[in-house]
Design a protein. Structure first.
Length: 755
């Protein structure tokens, strides 16, 4: 039986304590020679051996590509809930290189001598079965509930899951008894066969037992990789004997691969010459021979996804036909990495599939595949956005996070190319090398793609304008899969619409920006007593509007605690390192209300943006309202105070805009409200309550900053864009996305074609 598994090779190393460095060196040698996995005997009851899991951690730090595994750990001596956490932790630290092997145990006298209960074969199998369930449950971090497992040997009552490993850690079992082989068929990802202890025909019989057990459990036998610990004997000296030795081993292993189903050959040797000869003389020849024979037999090579992954799939997605360019990095609900991609920073989700293209061609493949499915589609860059529906329930997500390249195109014009999946902290750090900067929001964890297609109100906005004002070219994958370049001269109308409503027309695969010279800036935080909230807001707005453009300021006021006065947190950036200029800009702000505390630092702009991205594990939808307005009038300030003290909004922020933003003509981009000096946003916990206090303020507003708006009522699209702009956008939508493929983020519906 040939299961079609790609042929892998590994080594089995004994971790001798009398020469601890040897095990490390052999693992490094295995990696250098191209072995896929280095395994280590795990016999804690043998005093002459190093502790295997300590050694695994050390070896992981001394290698970079090879997978590492015990061969094999014992449930009686490695408590499974601890073992699972150890494996997941080391998998994270080693960037996804840990595999896990368990055994039912044989040397029970030695095991009992260490304090474990001595078990019969039947009982030890039950213990192993429970251990497998504990490990799988512990690693199933997509399930946020505590673990309840009323086992006989392992009783978990509210145990927490995690951490989340970097990859799907395979669980292999070793042993040859019929009950254990049946357990492998039901529960394991692989079987480690001790070929040196099996007589002719026993491998096939064991495989039949595994296969029938797997089929009875609803599994495909091809899910289960067959591994073999093997000995090849002493390497002869060069000459006819060595040639014969190589040929015989290749023939023997070829039969094991094609007739016995072995997919991974693990060499039991600590002899450097044998390890080198096996890799150089046998392994590659065997790969070639297996591939050639499979072509003759028309045997498809590949791996079948485990039932434990497939059973969590969602309806409406053709998982078995994911394009080759995306299959390796795609994540579905049963995958280990799913908890890291299901939600965004602010929005909870449970998509059925997350595709992670790394090239423009892969984006085209992802979009074509997504359009063929009958589920929602979301596009994600950084996954931080407030309004962006870059996750969903049961649909698909095209995640551009891996397209994060940064390069300088022309130093003389300060033109750079940035991938949509880059984060603004990385962009700022990259530009800082050249003394440059780009106004781009206020939080470095935000992705480039979402912000740079909607606006971009950041710390330098009054002096340098919106992020979209620095775009000089875009590479876009359109709804039909075509790739276009948009500039002021090429596809000019599309270029216009992409700057302000870009999520409606295509997937940007690269941005070209013309950036500014930005060095050190002053970053100030001022804490005020805002008891007279309306007066405070009005004075703050006046101070910002009258300030030179090199100052940009934001203010946040939360609902005051009972019996406490409201506190306002004002942040400001002054684009200067001159202390006299800095103090001159900040004094008017400091004088608007009683100042409780403050800090002022002169820092590189990249340092201001260097905020590590928060954990993207939200469990609900944000409830926000957003607006643009010209001035902080007494009437608006009073209405804002009422909103703050009502408690219906727990967070209220005003951001300065104006300045350089207003230098751009209103019809130059789809971001049309160039006269606004401020942007407002309020967060609440209840949609109806927040709308009730926000809607009466509508007459103060002149537009919406769409990235901060989560109200889905149809009228918001009219609030966001003036009639002439909206009509132009709808015509553009009809040209580039008439089927409204890109409708997930503040959708502009296309103009209907007359029938």
């Amino acid at each position: 039986m040939d299961y079609g598994h790609p042929v892998h090779f590994g080594t089995l190393i004994t971790p001798r304590s009398d020469a601890p460095h040897i095990a490390v060196q052999l693992a490094q040698l295995s990696e250098k020679l191209g072995y896929e996995v280095a395994t280590f005997r795990d016999h804690p009851y043998e005093g002459r051996l190093l502790d295997t899991w300590t050694l695994l951690s050390w070896v992981a730090g001394r290698t970079s590509t090879i997978h590492l595994a015990p061969n094999a750990s014992h449930a009686a001596l490695r408590p499974p809930s601890v073992l699972a956490r150890a494996a997941a932790s080391l998998d994270l630290l080693s960037h996804g290189r840990v595999d896990l092997a368990l055994g039912a145990g044989a040397n029970w006298d030695a095991i009992a001598a260490m304090g474990a209960e001595k078990l019969t074969s039947e009982d030890s199998l039950q213990q192993l079965s429970e251990a497998i369930e504990v490990i799988r449950q512990t690693l199933a971090t997509a399930n946020r509930s505590p673990i309840e497992l009323p086992g006989h040997y392992f009783h978990l009552n509210g145990a927490l899951r995690g951490p989340t490993p970097r990859h799907n850690i395979p669980l292999w079992l070793g042993g040859t008894t019929t009950p254990l082989l049946e357990l492998i068929g039901r529960t394991a990802d692989g079987w480690i066969a001790p070929t040196t202890h099996l007589r002719s025909g026993e491998l096939q019989a064991a495989n039949r037992t595994i296969d029938s057990s797997a089929a009875a459990a609803g599994r495909d036998p091809r899910e289960i990789r067959r591994l073999a610990n093997l000995v090849v004997g002493t390497v002869p000296a060069p000459g006819p004997a060595r040639t014969s030795w190589i040929s015989q081993n290749v023939d023997d292993l070829l039969a094991l691969a094609l007739d016995e189903g072995i997919g991974t050959f693990i060499l039991e040797s600590e002899d450097q010459r044998t390890i080198e000869s096996f890799a150089g003389d046998i392994a590659e020849a065997l790969r070639v021979a297996v591939a050639a024979e499979r072509r003759v037999r028309c045997t498809a090579e590949g791996s079948v996804r485990s039932l434990f992954i497939r059973e969590k799939r969602r309806r409406g997605i053709d998982y078995d036909n994911i394009p080759e360019s995306l299959a390796v990095t795609a994540i579905e609900p049963g995958d280990a990495l799913y908890p890291n991609v299901r939600s965004t920073y602010l929005r909870g989700g449970s998509p059925g599939l997350v595709l992670r293209p790394r090239t423009v061609a892969a984006v085209v493949d992802a979009l074509k595949f997504s359009r063929a499915q009958s589920v929602p589609l979301s596009i994600r860059s950084g996954g931080h956005g407030i309004s962006g529906r870059s996750t969903n329930d049961g649909g698909m997500v095209i995640d551009l996070g891996g397209m994060n390249t940064l390069e300088v195109l022309d130093r003389s014009t300060r033109r750079v190319r940035v991938g949509p999946g880059a984060r603004w902290s990385d962009v700022a750090a990259f530009l800082a090398q050249y003394g440059w900067g780009l106004s781009s929001g206020d939080y470095g964890g935000v992705g480039v793609g979402g912000l740079a297609t909607a606006g971009g109100i950041g710390w330098l906005v009054r002096e340098h304008g919106l992020t979209i004002d620095h775009i000089r070219a875009l590479e876009i994958v359109l709804a039909d899969g075509s790739i276009v370049r948009a500039t002021e001269d090429d596809n000019a109308e599309l270029f216009w619409g992409m700057r302000g409503a870009g999520a409606n027309f295509g997937i940007v695969t690269s941005f070209e920006f013309e950036v500014d010279e930005v060095a050190d800036v002053a970053f100030a935080e001022l804490i005020f007593d805002a008891s007279s909230t309306a007066t405070f807001l009005e004075r703050w707005g006046g101070a910002v509007e009258s300030a030179p453009r090199d100052l940009t300021s934001f203010v946040v006021i939360g609902h005051p605690r009972r019996g406490r006065s409201p506190i306002a947190r004002v942040t400001a950036v002054v684009d200067s390192s001159d202390t006299d200029i800095i103090l001159d800009r900040l004094r008017p702000l400091a004088a608007i209300a009683p100042l409780l505390d403050y800090s002022i630092e002169i820092r590189p702009y990249a340092s201001v943006m260097n905020v590590p991205p928060g954990k993207h594990d939200a469990q609900s939808d944000p409830v926000t309202r957003s607006a643009l307005l010209a001035h902080i009038t007494p009437e608006f300030a009073s209405a804002a105070e009422n909103l703050i003290v009502s408690g219906d909004a727990y967070f209220f922020q005003l951001r300065a805009v104006g300045g350089a933003v207003s230098d751009v003509a209103p019809d130059a981009t789809a971001y049309a409200d160039r006269s606004a000096n401020f942007q407002a946003v309020a967060f609440g916990t209840n949609r109806q309550r927040l709308d009730r206090v926000w809607d009466p303020m509508h007459h103060f507003f002149s537009g919406i900053y769409i990235n901060f708006e989560t109200d889905l009522r149809p009228g918001r699209i009219d609030d966001a864009f003036p009639p002439s702009t909206l009509h132009r956008l709808r015509e553009l939508k009809r040209s580039y996305d008439p089927a409204n493929v890109f409708r997930d983020n503040f959708s502009v519906t296309p103009v209907r074609t007359p029938s």
